[in-house]
Design a protein around this ligand. Sequence first.
Ligand SMILES: [Zn+2]
Length: 256
Amino acid sequence: MSYTIEQNFIPGLPKEPYDNGHYVGVIAHSTANNGDSDDGERNYESTTWQNAFVHFFVDDQKIEQAADSNYICYGAGHTANHLGYVQVELCQTADPTKFNKAYAMYTWLLAKLLYNRKISVVDGVTLMSHAQVSAKWHETNHTDPIDYLASHGKTWANLVADVAAQYMQMEEEDKVLNVAVLLFTKDDYWAGVDVAAKNGNCALFIRPSDQSVPAEAMNTKQLFVVGGPTAKHPNEVLLSGKDKYATAAMVAKYLG
Ligand SMILES: [Zn+2]
């Protein structure tokens, strides 16, 4: 699952770095403005940003980025803004279908921002509601997005779980295989399966008929090539003879 982020930066925003040089978490807001939109909120903030602005807006149509997340925004009080929180506003609606669409993008974006820096989903630390920020630093008195989520039957704990699930999915999608076996043809299967077994039953790939090497196989940390020519993998173990019998003999020698 992935969404497009539409960049439409408000001109003239300050470029103040975070205290740590990079962001340390995200803050989830809601706008308290039923029936609003990304564009409406962004355009409003383009004239009032000296008082307040955030980095992202999410409505049921799209994710819009109004400010560069490499720099602070003015969304949740001096301490949180400067410590370094990327801040996301959820536009509000009374329509449950629109809410569900926006909520899916909102939780995805919060997860994506955390995942981009690999800082995990830690409730109240890396992932904060504006309510938690107000309770912790007492520089604002807003309690969003708690009541708005509740109006659609969701709790803050639900949101944390949903963001964590998205984050885990991103980790899964990015996982690089440590080791895999690449077979030249199906004839090499019985030799290859023993090599895979010796390497913790790692993934097996078979070259397609054009003998190209699948990208996933090339992305592994180590690749055993069973049969056929080298795959030119940087950390390759070539177990390949001039025919399948010679290959089987090389595999037998490797297996010891
Ligand atoms: Zn807020």
